[in-house]
Structures are given as structure tokens and as C-alpha cells.
Ligand binder design. Structure first.
Ligand code: ADP
Length: 619
């Protein structure tokens, strides 16, 4: 059979006579040195331990080739034979070791040391006690062939995990062919016709492996370059988008404030026929929804300060469980609500916290995509001074080495296009803005558990816009404060007028003005208890207006309530915090105006609201 193989092979054009053997071995040796150099360089470049181990494998193989090259004409001594056998065995062990390290197979180093020792003994036995060369060579070359095929499996797995790595596929192919050649080497050696061809073949395969390695490293470099650049590009895009959204939202805020305000006024006055009320309430609710949408755009565009009000987290969780579209798309979903019936209120921004919960739920649902029985638990409980909410799934959970990064902006393990890596980072900073914390812990029984802890609400309870029915008549709070002289300043005359009408309705005496310089002249001439002023105005902005008022009437400057459509702007926010001024976000609810005015008027003239009270802004 072998004879037949050798005879038919000898007729091929790829067969070289035995005289070519030194040249073939030299070419093979040179190509191995290319590999040694390449693996050595790659190890310095990428610092991956398995490259070191594979370099050692190629070094032992090169040593075997060198010994074979020098001695191919002389009769081999048993010692040389033993050493050669051991070199090829060592090359096999290092290939196996490198592949185990690559595949993250937990194998102790001592095991490989013991294996090397065993192979030394085997080489000794083979060289000194076995007379049949097949008995010595077949197991040893079979071993290196197997080790090479295992290396091919490593690269094949890399290729499967990253279909863009063509180099890994080429390497898998190269190592399979090289492994087959090594396993068949004893047969090549036994043939005068094939031994030289065998070495030429191995040289070609070794160069093929070297080139494939270069391809793979270039592909990896390109991928990591993209990983670095993509977030930068996304950040640039987001900031441009943010500027655009912020501009559009700002322009929408004034008309929305006017629509909302007049609708509320109409509903409060109850002058229209009762049958029209439900329709108007619908309009009011929709315009409220539009205002919230604008708020969400702004939250995306820039970090938004929370608009604090009493929030029952159980209600938010229930609303989310009933209405979140993503929950409806997963069937069958085992959705479990475990809500503490005595959960205290927290002081928070319901829209922002709703958004955080929605993000956590969306992540959980995505994580359970391949879970045959997806289970989502939403749990609330009371701690001593905090309220805790957990979102728990039975997906794969988060690997320990990933956990430290999940709250970093732009960190994502999802495919490009499936996640921008912003959800958890925004959620984390939102909860931090609420003086709370958001953290991860593995769920018992596998899966992920995101935990949110928020401080319980302090004792004060502002007139929240939620819970105050739109048709509610003017609150009696105003009557507790005597009628005040209020200067209203807004360059948008409709908003100024709306505020004037509202304040009149509340029993105050407003003076309405739409020019900042005219307002300053009025302050010179008349006595005012309070000023409601726009922040962005054409002649004088809010900061300049404040400085002028403080020169004229310092007491009154402390009683300015600013209105702004740009609550996310860092500049107005820094200013409000530095001077501890109350401010309201446009579009505002009349209840908020009422509350802010009442709060200022009920304070003695000398007391200023302080930033640390956490109540300086009602936005
Ligand atoms: P994105 O969802 O866009 O990737 P996130 O900031 O929301 O960004 O999440 C960051 C990473 O945290 C995700 O890519 C994912 O690896 C991990 N992660 C978040 N929630 C879960 C979860 N419930 N189960 C498993 N992994 C999660």
C-alpha cells in the first residue's frame, strides 16, 4: 500500500530527488526562523502569554530541524537521536500549552512540566532500547500533529467569535495542514522521493502560517482602532445632535408654556360649558405630554437637573409593567412584581426615574433574548432611611471582569447598532443626582440584578404637578399670603400676559413688562415684593438683570424667580446655584408658579433660599 503511494507520488512533478534534501531543510529552517521572529515580535507588541509559549514551540522545532540538517549525512548517535526526539516532543508540548492558554483551558503548568519529563524518558527509551524507527517516530510525530490541530481549533474558535477575522481562518487552515504533514512525517522520511518535497511543503506551510498571522494582527489592530474611534465619532455626533435638539426644544418651550398655561387658566376658571371640560382636559394632557417629550429630548441632549416632587416608586413600577412596549413583545414572560405596600415616598423626578427603570428593564429583556423561560422580577422594599428597587432577570448575568465597566459611558458588549453603551451611565448619574445609588449584583440562581437605592422623602411636600387635578380651583395657599406687588418680565408678551392673568387670579397685583430696561426703570420708580423674570432676553440676560437689580434694591434681587426654557444649560444652572435663586422651567404649570410665589412671599424679607436646602429649584 505504502509502496503504491510512494510509486504514484514519485511520478508527480512535485517530487524532488533526495539530493534536494539539504536545500529543502534549509528553506524549511529559514521559514521557521521567520515564524520565531514573528511570534517573538507579536508577543512584545500584544503581550499575550500564549505567543511566548508558541514561540518556544517554534524554537524547539527549529532546533530539531537544525540537528537534522547538520547530521543528515552522518550516522546518528543514540544521544543525538534522543535529543532530536525530545526537541520535537517539546515543540508539541509547547504548542499544546499555548493552545490551552489561548482557549483558556485551566491546565496547571506543572502538568506540562511533567509531560516534558515523561517525553524525555520516552525519547531515551526510543533512542536506546527500540530498534524499529516507526515505534519511536509515529507516537512523537503523531503528538505534534495533534498539537498543531488543537492550535488550529483555537484559531477556528477565534474566527467563529469574530467572523471579520479572516486571518484566524487562514491560520486554522495552515495549522491543520502543518499538523497533518507532521503526523505523516515518518512516512515522508521513509521515502527517498518524498522526503525533500516534505520539507518544501512544510516551508510553504510555515510561511503561510506567518503571512496569516500578519493578516490576523492587522485585522485585530483595525478592530481595536475602530473600537477607540467609534465612541469618539459617536460622541461627536451626539454633541452635534445635542446642540440641535437643545435649540429646537428651547424654541418649542415658549409656545408650549403659553398653550399649557392658557389651557390651565381656562380650566380653572370654569367659565366654559361643562360639556367642553373633558375635551379641553384631553388637549391639556396631550400638550403636557408634548412638554414632557421636549423635556426628554433635552435630557438626552444635556444632563438635566431633576425636577423634584414626591414620588411613589410602586406606582412608577406598576405603570412601567403595564405600559412598557418592550414587555409586551416578549412572550411568554414571567413578570413578577414584589412591591412593598408600605413603601415610603421619595423625592425625585418621576420622568427621570421612569426612564432609569425603563433602561434597566430594556437591558434585562435584551439579556434574556435566548432564555427559553424569561423571568423578570421588579421588587421594591423599605430600608431604614432609603427605598430600594431591584430589577432582576434570569439572563446570563454580567461577567466579573465586565462589571467594573458597565457604568462607563459608551461601554457596551452589544453589537454595533444594538447599544450605544449610554443607558447605564445615564441611569447611574441620574440616580446620583437624586442622592441615591445604582449598583449591580449577581442575582441568586444566575442572571443580573440592578439595584437602585434612593433616600426617603424629607418632610416638605411641594404642590406637585402630578396629583393636582387640572380643573382644581385656585389654591387657598395664596390667600394665606397677603396680595403682593409682582413685576412680571418676559420678552415673549404672551407669556408675560399669561403670568399676569394667573397672578391676578391668585389675588396678587402684577405689573407686566416685556423689556428688561423698562423693567429696571419700573423698579426704580415703584415698590415690588417679588419679580418673575425670563432668563434669556434680548437686551439684558438674566444674570445682567440680576446684577442691576442688586445694585438698585438688594432685597428685591433675592426675591427674583427666574423662568427659563434652557434648564439644562450649564450657564444658567451655575448662575442659579451661585446666587441661590428659585427658577422654573418652561413650560411650567400654574401650580408651580403659585407654589414658588407663595414660598418666597411667606419667607421674611431677610431670608434667602439656600442651595443646600435642595429646594431652590422647582423645575
Ligand atoms: P447598552 O445597553 O447600550 O450596551 P448599557 O450602559 O445599558 O449600554 O449597558 C452596558 C453593558 O452592561 C451592556 O452592554 C451589557 O454588557 C451589560 N448589561 C447591562 N444590563 C445587563 C443585564 N441585565 N444582563 C446582562 N448584561 C447587562
Amino acid at each position: 500500500m505504502l509502496e503504491l503511494f510512494y510509486t504514484s507520488a514519485s511520478e508527480s512533478i512535485f517530487v524532488f530527488p533526495r539530493e534536494y534534501l539539504p536545500a529543502a531543510m534549509l528553506v524549511s529552517l529559514l521559514s521557521v526562523w521567520v515564524l520565531v521572529g514573528l511570534f517573538f515580535y507579536l508577543n512584545r507588541y500584544t503581550r499575550r502569554p500564549y505567543f511566548n509559549i508558541w514561540t518556544a514551540a517554534w524554537l524547539f522545532y527549529a532546533l530539531w530541524l537544525t540537528l537534522s540538517l547538520n547530521l543528515h549525512n552522518d550516522p546518528e548517535t543514540s544521544l543525538t537521536l534522543m535529543f532530536k526526539q525530545w526537541c520535537i516532543s517539546a515543540a508539541a508540548v509547547f504548542l499544546l500549552w499555548g493552545s490551552a492558554s489561548f482557549l483558556k483551558i485551566a491546565a496547571h503548568q506543572r502538568l506540562f512540566g511533567l509531560f516534558l519529563g515523561f517525553l524525555l524518558v520516552w525519547s531515551y527509551v526510543g533512542a536506546y532500547h527500540l530498534n524499529n524507527p516507526w515505534q519511536i517516530q509515529l507516537p512523537i510525530f503523531g503528538l505534534i500533529g495533534l498539537a498543531s490541530i488543537l492550535t488550529a481549533v483555537s484559531y477556528y474558535r477565534l474566527r467563529c467569535g469574530n467572523p471579520r477575522y479572516l486571518g484566524a481562518g487562514l491560520l486554522a487552515f495552515g495549522f491543520v495542514c502543518w499538523g497533518l504533514y507532521m503526523a505523516a512525517y515518518p512516512f515522508f522520511k521513509a521515502s527517498n522521493q518524498l522526503v525533500s518535497s516534505g520539507f518544501f511543503i512544510s516551508a510553504v506551510l510555515q510561511l503561510f502560517i506567518a503571512v496569516s498571522m500578519i493578516v490576523l494582527v492587522l485585522e485585530e489592530a483595525r478592530a481595536s482602532h475602530e473600537r477607540v474611534l467609534l465612541p469618539l465619532r459617536q460622541a461627536e455626533k451626539l454633541s452635534a445632535l445635542g446642540r440641535m435638539i437643545s435649540g429646537v426644544a428651547h424654541e418649542l418651550n415658549n409656545p408650549l408654556a403659553i398653550i399649557n398655561g392658557y389651557l390651565e387658566l381656562i380650566l380653572r376658571r370654569r367659565e366654559l360649558h361643562e360639556s367642553i371640560w373633558p375635551d379641553l382636559e384631553k388637549v391639556a394632557r396631550e400638550s403636557d405630554r408634548a412638554a414632557k417629550l421636549v423635556g426628554q429630548f433635552l435630557a438626552f441632549a444635556r444632563k438635566q437637573q431633576p425636577s423634584l416632587q414626591p414620588v411613589q416608586l410602586n406606582t412608577l413600577i406598576q405603570q412601567l409593567a403595564e405600559s412598557q412596549p418592550i414587555l409586551k413583545r416578549v412572550t411568554p414572560l414571567d413578570l413578577q412584581l414584589d412591591l412593598d405596600p408600605h413603601l415610603p415616598l421619595i423625592s425625585g423626578d418621576p420622568d427621570q426615574i421612569h426612564q432609569v427603570l425603563a433602561n434597566l428593564v430594556a437591558n434585562a429583556i435584551q439579556a434574556m433574548a435566548h432564555q427559553p423561560r424569561p423571568r423578570l422580577l421588579l421588587k421594591s422594599e423599605r430600608l431604614s432611611s432609603q427605598v430600594r428597587v431591584m430589577v432582576e432577570d434570569n439572563g446570563p448575568g454580567i461577567a466579573a471582569d465586565i462589571v467594573p465597566h458597565i457604568f462607563e459611558p459608551f461601554f457596551t458588549t452589544k453589537e454595533v447598532g444594538s447599544g450605544a453603551g449610554l443607558g447605564l451611565s445615564i441611569a447611574h448619574s441620574t440616580i446620583a443626582d437624586h442622592q441615591g445609588q445604582l449598583f449591580y449584583e449577581p442575582a441568586p440562581g444566575g442572571g443580573a440584578r440592578l439595584v437602585m437605592e434612593l433616600p426617603m422623602q424629607e418632610s416638605w411636600e411641594p404642590a406637585g404637578r402630578e396629583g393636582a387635578p387640572l380643573t382644581q380651583p385656585p389654591s387657598s395657599a395664596a390667600s394665606a399670603v397677603h396680595p403682593a406687588r409682582i413685576l412680571v418680565l418676559d420678552d415673549e408678551p404672551d407669556i408675560a400676559e399669561l403670568l399676569g392673568v394667573t397672578l391676578t387670579l391668585l389675588g396678587h397685583q402684577p405689573t407686566v413688562c416685556s423689556d428688561a430696561l423698562a423693567a429696571l426703570a419700573l423698579i426704580d420708580r415703584q415698590k415690588f415684593d417679588l419679580v418673575l423674570s425670563d432668563f434669556r432676553m434680548p437686551n439684558l440676560d438674566g444674570r445682567e438683570f440680576y446684577e442691576k437689580v442688586i445694585q438698585k434694591k438688594p432685597g428685591l434681587a433675592r426675591r427674583i424667580i427666574f423662568l427659563t426654557g434652557d434648564v439644562m444649560g450649564t450657564e444658567p444652572m451655575t448662575f442659579f446655584n451661585s446666587v441661590s435663586c428659585l427658577h422654573l422651567a418652561k413650560p411650567f404649570h400654574l401650580a408651580q408658579v403659585e407654589e414658588a410665589v407663595t414660598r418666597i412671599l411667606s419667607q421674611p424679607q431677610s431670608i434667602m433660599p439656600t442651595a443646600s436646602s435642595g429646594r431652590t429649584h422647582l423645575v
